[in-house]
Design a protein around this ligand. Structure first.
Ligand SMILES: NC(=O)c1ccc[n+]([C@@H]2O[C@H](COP(=O)([O-])OP(=O)(O)OC[C@H]3O[C@@H](n4cnc5c(N)ncnc54)[C@H](O)[C@@H]3O)[C@@H](O)[C@H]2O)c1
Length: 451
């Protein structure tokens, strides 16, 4: 980034930025770059690595992982990019602490297993890092979420959960429609994570997807850790891809908030059946008791009267779908049938209209501006935006467009839904992580075409 343009943008920094001590970021040379460290270069971290390496405004200063194979792939990617090799930290589970002490990056991107996120986010903030981008979710227990919120407040740091589905092209076009009143007043929303993960939860320890029914110490990538959560936990284990976009549609934490939640969990069959089918009834894993119900449904009530239905469905054969439904007083969008209905505007009463013309008309300014840069980026291009937003926030020394309160509220659905299921589907009060500020905070996400 050119110095002149940075100074202009820095001058546009919001009041929130004045809370932050201005570091010597970008101060010295025209070509100064945002110094980023990446903790976790597994399959997701490699996506982020690719996006970071593509940027001319970012310098990857350090990488940490404990897995030799993942590190070798990452180093290969860095070598092929022609960029300088960053410092590599490895060897033990806390090598990242040394990284933070020695490298003092401007921002940290975390893409490790869920159980590490809280500790790594808080450790980064404690070490003086002001921008922490964490993969979904930010903690395991409800207390974890409070701990992260309190640490962000104490150290005046920005914690952004890297929730990429908020940037999906259709999701953003619908955000545009919602903001322009196409669907009237919001009434009911649906979404979730409906993804057959059987080939992710089990593999042969070599291939990331399928080819075996191993997990834990004998599994590779997510099979090495994610599957344990299906053994020991029962609730909506992966709520953020569904709830993130929904939260933006109804301004959660910004004039609205989640009030209460109630979850139901079906019986658990899918994972066991898969092991028996692929590995045989005598395979040791056929004896494992999976606690996670195959389909977990969660209802959320919001302060402004909307209801939300979230679904978590990862153990059964099914095509991928996040199952969005955005319904207001004038009409609705559903992503499963890629259709819209708006009373008085859709051609035929009571009949779905194909969504494409609406999506084109309301294409979000971010997508209109940055489509070229999204080419080749993960998940249909949307992954570009989440890293873009994180880096641009650092450059401008502004709050990130999704903050620690969003991260906590979306991610805390998991421990709250576990609690509800455990208590026989009891309705659980939703904590207010903003401590009342939700009444005054204003929407900030994707208000223009910058980031
Ligand atoms: N947003 C998305 O679309 C998306 C997609 C996939 C995964 N994810 C999320 O990304 C995160 C990582 O998932 P993944 O698929 O990359 O898993 P993965 O198992 O492929 O990678 C995790 C990496 O973390 C490393 N790691 C574990 N403990 C560590 C430690 N103490 N210090 C340093 N490195 C450590 C592992 O060695 C591994 O390389 C999870 O939160 C997952 O939910 C998000």
């Amino acid at each position: 980034m050119r110095r002149r343009s940075f100074l202009r943008q820095a001058g546009m920094a919001t009041a929130g930025a004045s809370l932050l001590p201005l570091s010597n970021l970008f101060a010295s040379t025209a070509a100064a770059k945002v110094r980023i460290a990446l903790i976790g270069v597994g399959l997701r971290g490699q996506n982020h690595l690719d996006l970071l390496l593509r940027r001319s405004d970012t310098e990857l200063v350090a990488v940490c992982d404990i897995n030799d194979r993942m590190l070798a792939t990452a180093k290969d990617m860095i070598g092929k990019s022609g960029k300088a090799m960053p410092r590599i930290y490895t060897g033990d589970n806390y090598a990242w602490k040394k990284l933070l002490e020695e490298v003092k990056p401007d921002g940290v991107v975390i893409a490790t297993p869920w159980e590490w996120h809280k500790e790594m986010i808080i450790g980064s903030l404690e070490s003086g890092v002001k921008y922490v981008g964490s993969e979904v979710v930010i903690g395991i227990t409800l207390d974890d979420h409070w701990d992260v919120v309190h640490a962000a407040e104490k150290y005046k740091g920005h914690v952004m959960m890297l929730e990429n589905v908020c940037y999906r092209r259709d999701v953003m076009a619908v955000l545009n429609m919602v903001r322009q009143g196409v669907f009237g007043e919001m009434i009911h929303l649906q979404g979730g994570y409906q993804h057959d993960l059987r080939e992710v939860k089990f593999n042969d320890g070599v291939n990331p997807y399928g080819h075996g029914v191993e997990f834990g110490a004998k599994g590779f990538s997510e099979a090495a850790w994610r599957t344990e959560h299906s053994v020991h936990r029962n609730g909506d284990l992966y709520p953020t891809h569904g709830i993130g976009p929904i939260a933006h549609y109804i301004n959660v934490n910004r004039g609205n908030r989640f009030i209460s939640l109630c979850s139901f969990s079906s019986k658990a069959r899918g994972l066991h059946n898969y092991i028996v089918e692929k590995g045989g009834a005598d395979h040791p894993n056929a004896k494992v008791n999976f606690k996670l119900g195959d389909v977990v449904t969660t209802n959320i009530q919001c302060a402004n009267g909307e209801t939300i239905l979230l679904q978590h469905d990862t153990n059964l054969p099914r095509p991928y779908s996040l199952g969005f439904r955005v319904q207001g007083t004038k009409g609705l969008w559903m992503d499963v049938n890629k259709s819209i209905y708006v009373e008085g505007q859709s051609p035929k009463a009571h009949q779905w209209e194909a969504q494409q013309a609406w999506m084109d008309k309301y294409d979000h300014p971010l997508w209109q501006r940055w489509s070229k840069e999204t080419e080749g980026a993960g998940h249909g291009g949307m992954d570009f935006f989440v890293i873009h937003a994180f880096i641009e926030s650092i450059k401008r020394q502004q709050p990130t467009p999704m903050d620690v309160y969003d991260a906590a509220a979306w991610s805390a659905i998991t421990p709250l839904s576990e609690q509800s299921v455990e208590l026989g589907n009891q309705t659980i009060a939703f904590p207010d992580f903003t401590s009342g500020q939700w009444m005054y905070r204003k929407p900030v996400f994707a208000l223009n075409n910058e980031f």
